[in-house]
Ligand binder design. Structure first.
Ligand code: ZN
Length: 300
């Protein structure tokens, strides 16, 4: 026998808002949402932290998955739920739901161990999981605009050299990698289109960019929350929202929450295909609906 006895967590892939809306109208999405919501609600027998057993794509084993209520909120339908993508943390490897989903997506690509992979992080639990799969993995962190892309700097907190890269001006030559991975980074880059173009530039033919970002499937157009004006002055269009930063002490500003036009921007910078991959599956500790991992692929 080949393959897993567990079903895939990938429910479908969408190219654009029209496809998503069509799926909503034809009951495909409402059915998945209703079944998913019903199961999620049964799981929430109390609004306390809890542990569930699930298959972890990181550990490749059944592990206890910890659910907590940090950033929990009330949905548009009035249901109270944890921030599902940020919680459901595997006690074995430390990856939360969205990180485990991204890893599962990467494993779906079935790439060789010697594949050249760049991931825009290097001191994280995800980095360690990716390194196990791709020994030639190259990672970096954004250490600040006053650092030189491609150079490594000693970090006191982590007691290690950390390579600095800026996704809007990467130090790598064209076509260097087969796979580029970023997790919740593009929302912190005002010129995210330039970052998309840089990721495309360092990928070779047939290469893939796999990433997560805060995404609003109800938005056709990306919601710009902050930007730099013509004089380079930061301007807040919506109340500032800060996310955690493993390197700095403060948070990092969220410049935008993405809508479906993000996929158009990816195609415009030269990716042949760009899709939002919808996932859900309690057997792998993925609750909440709808959440996506994004994949943009270069022509072979
Ligand atoms: Zn794990």
């Amino acid at each position: 026998m080949t393959g897993s006895l567990l079903p895939s967590i990938w429910l479908g892939a969408f190219d654009c808002a029209e496809q998503w809306n069509r799926a909503r109208e034809t009951q495909q999405v409402p059915t998945a949402r209703r079944l998913g919501g019903a199961i999620d609600d049964r799981v929430l027998w109390s609004r306390h932290p809890m542990t569930l057993d699930a298959w972890c794509a990181g550990c490749q084993a059944v592990q206890p998955i910890q659910v907590d209520w940090h950033f929990g909120s009330v949905g548009t339908d009035g249901s109270v739920h944890p921030a599902w993508s940020e919680t459901a943390v595997c006690k074995g490897c430390g990856l939360n739901s969205r990180m485990r989903a991204l890893l599962d997506r990467v494993q779906h690509l079935a790439l060789a161990e010697q594949t050249q992979v760049f991931v825009a992080e290097s001191i994280t639990a995800s980095y360690r999981q990716l390194e196990r799969r791709f020994p030639r993995l190259l990672g970096s962190e954004f250490l600040g605009a006053d650092h030189e892309p491609g150079k490594s700097y000693w970090n006191e907190r982590y007691q290690q050299e950390i390579r600095h890269e800026d996704l809007t001006r990467l130090s790598f030559e064209d076509g260097r990698f087969d796979l580029v991975i970023t997790q919740d980074i593009f929302e912190h880059i005002p010129d995210f289109v330039r970052a998309f173009a840089e990721c495309r530039r360092i990928l070779r033919s047939g290469g893939h960019l796999v990433f997560t970002v805060p995404f609003r499937p109800g938005l056709a157009a990306t919601e710009v929350r902050a930007r730099f004006d013509a004089n380079g002055v930061l301007e807040h269009l919506l109340p500032p929202e800060y996310h955690g930063d493993p390197i700095g002490d403060g948070g990092v500003l969220c410049f935008q929450r993405f809508g479906w036009d993000m996929l158009d921007r990816l195609r415009e910078v030269g990716f042949a295909k760009a899709q939002a991959h919808l996932y859900w599956g309690p057997w792998q500790g993925h609750f909440g609906f709808p959440f996506f991992v994004f994949q943009a692929s270069c022509a072979p």
